[in-house]
Write a protein that binds this ligand. Structure first.
Ligand code: ADP
Ligand code: MG
Length: 268
C-alpha cells in the first residue's frame, strides 16, 4: 500500500522552525502476541488539526498513548520540536505542554468541576497556608475555572462547584476537554472526544478544537465521525492494522475514499 504524505496547508513548510511540533518515527508496540503498532510515523505541524481515523483495533489509541507517555513504545522515537523525548508517564508529556484526553476519561468523580480542572496542578493559598499547610485556594480556583470555561466558550458547565459525579457523560467529557484545552500550551490530543456526546455538545467540542488551532495550539483528534473529521481536520492520518495507511486531506479525498483506505478496500 502506498503511503502518501500530504503537504501541510498554506504557510507551513517542513524547514527549520516549521518542522513538526510532535513527531513519531517507526513506533512499535506489542501486547504479548498482539501487535498494537507496527512501525508508525506521524507528524503534527504548527497551526493544524490532525485527525486520526481507522477501524476498531487499528492502533489509534495506542499511537496517542505512545506519543503522550501513557505507554512506552517498544521501538521507535517520539520527537518534540525535532528533539527526541522519552516520556515515561503522562505527567512527563504534560510538563512539556502536551495535554491529552484519553478514551477512558480520567476525572475525579467526587471532586467538583473546578477541582477537576486543576487536578494535579492545584493552586495553593498564598503564604504559609499554601506553602507549608498545602491548603488549596478553592475560591481562587473556582474563579479561574469560570474564566477558563468562559474563554473556551463552554456553556454546558454552568456551576463549577458541582461534583463531577453529578454530571452527565457529555458534561464530564467537557470537563476533561476543558482541562486539556486550558493547560495544553503546545499540543492537545483528544481520543474520541465526541463519541458520547449529543449534537450540541459535539458542536462545542469541535468549536473548541478550532479555537485552539486559531490560538496556535495544534490538535490531534481521534474520531469515528467522518463528517466531523472532514469538517475540522487539516490533514487526516489513516491507521490500518497497526500501520499508517496514508495521510490525506479533505481537499484531496472524499469521505468514501477515506473509508475505503481505512478498510483496505482501496490504496491511497
Ligand atoms: N493494554 C492492552 N493489552 C492488550 N492488547 C491491547 C492493549 N491495548 C491495546 N491492545 C490491542 O492493540 C490493538 C490496537 O488497539 P487500540 O490502539 O486500542 O485500537 P483503536 O484505538 O484504533 O481502536 C488492538 O488489537 C487491541 O486489542
Ligand atoms: Mg481507541
Amino acid at each position: 500500500m502506498t503511503t502518501i504524505d500530504a503537504t501541510p496547508a498554506d504557510g507551513r513548510t517542513r524547514e527549520g522552525d516549521a518542522g513538526p511540533v510532535l513527531q513519531a518515527r517507526g513506533l512499535v508496540k506489542t501486547y504479548g502476541h498482539v501487535v498494537g503498532l507496527d512501525g508508525v510515523d506521524l507528524e503534527l505541524y504548527r497551526g493544524e488539526v490532525l485527525a486520526i481515523i481507522g477501524d476498531n483495533g487499528a492502533g489509534k489509541s495506542t499511537l496517542v498513548k505512545c506519543l503522550t507517555g501513557a505507554e512506552i513504545p517498544d521501538r521507535g522515537e517520539v520527537l518534540v520540536d525535532g528533539e527526541p523525548v522519552h516520556f515515561k508517564r503522562p505527567q512527563d508529556a504534560r510538563a512539556a505542554g502536551i495535554e491529552t484526553v484519553y478514551q477512558t476519561l480520567a476525572v475525579a468523580p467526587s471532586l467538583d468541576v473546578a477541582a477537576n480542572l486543576f487536578l494535579g496542578r492545584e493552586v495553593r493559598r498564598k503564604g504559609v497556608l499554601g506553602s507549608v499547610l498545602r491548603i488549596t485556594d478553592r475560591s481562587g480556583m473556582r474563579d479561574r475555572a469560570r474564566r477558563e470555561l468562559r474563554e473556551l466558550g463552554i456553556s454546558t458547565l454552568q456551576d463549577v462547584t458541582v461534583p463531577v459525579e453529578n454530571l452527565s457523560g457529555g458534561q464530564r467529557q467537557a470537563v476533561a476537554v476543558a482541562r486539556a484545552a486550558a493547560f495544553g500550551s503546545k499540543v492537545v490530543v483528544l481520543d474520541e472526544p465526541t463519541a458520547a456526546l449529543g449534537v450540541r455538545e459535539s458542536g462545542q467540542v469541535l468549536e473548541l478544537v478550532r479555537t485552539l488551532r486559531d490560538k496556535g495550539v495544534p490538535v490531534i483528534i481521534i474520531s469515528h465521525n467522518m463528517p466531523h473529521v472532514f469538517e475540522i481536520a487539516d490533514r487526516i492520518h489513516i491507521q490500518r492494522l497497526g500501520r499508517r495507511a496514508a495521510t490525506i486531506t479533505p481537499q484531496t479525498h472524499t469521505m468514501t475514499q477515506a473509508v475505503a483506505i481505512m478498510t483496505g478496500a482501496a490504496d491511497a
